[in-house]
Design a binder for this molecule. Structure first.
Ligand SMILES: Cc1cc2nc3c(=O)[nH]c(=O)nc-3n(C[C@H](O)[C@H](O)[C@H](O)COP(=O)(O)OP(=O)(O)OC[C@H]3O[C@@H](n4cnc5c(N)ncnc54)[C@H](O)[C@@H]3O)c2cc1C
Length: 157
């Protein structure tokens, strides 16, 4: 499904260490917490772990060019099967995008990369006497990007 030529181009974007094609690595990205049969694992063809928005943009541009599906995957604690590569393709592991870019205490806003966990964000905000109120039990691994994508807990809007 993902041609070798595309894998090579992806490797040029993220480097050897942040691109995985072994079955052991890909199996780890084959399901989230949705109730599924053991036989229901959907294995992506390749996993990439970008560290910047620019890398994500380049990956998605290439996926579009080759007409290969992409699935963003973060903590994989979603319970609806959203982070599952049902048609294979490229799994984009967003957990390398884990930086806080700006805390604006005046306007009570924070700018973060999508893969930061809710727990890490709140550990940092605690230094300013602030907190982000969406507080799922999965906070040690679940991310801001997924919370926005899933529209979790409208309390933080
Ligand atoms: C033990 C446990 C406790 C939980 N407790 C709660 C709770 O108290 N409250 C609650 O609301 N939920 C809870 N959940 C559900 C789950 O943690 C949330 O849905 C959480 O938001 C998923 O985050 P994740 O980073 O694991 O996302 P994933 O499961 O990796 O992804 C979820 C969805 O978001 C998409 N996505 C991820 N990152 C991005 C991105 N950067 N851009 C676009 N799309 C993206 C994925 O493609 C997928 O569709 C719990 C789950 C578990 C397993």
């Amino acid at each position: 499904m993902v041609p070798d030529e595309l894998i090579e181009k992806l490797r040029k974007i993220v480097g050897r260490e942040r691109l995985k094609t072994s079955i052991e690595h890909r199996l780890a990205y084959s399901r989230d917490w949705a109730p599924m049969l053991a036989s229901d694992a959907y294995i992506p063809d390749v996993v990439v772990k970008p560290k910047s928005t620019e890398e994500v943009a380049e990956i998605v541009k290439l996926a579009n060019e080759y007409k290969v599906p992409v699935v963003p995957m973060a903590g994989l604690t979603g319970m609806g099967g959203g982070a599952v590569a049902v048609k294979g393709g490229i799994a984009i592991d967003t957990t390398g995008l884990n930086k806080i870019l700006e805390v604006d205490t005046q306007n009570l806003t924070v700018t973060v990369q999508a893969g930061i966990t809710i727990a890490k964000l709140n550990d940092e905000l605690d230094k300013y006497g602030l907190w982000f109120p969406h507080d799922p039990e999965s906070k040690r691994v679940s991310t801001i990007g997924a919370a926005i994508a899933c529209d979790n807990d409208r309390v933080w809007r």
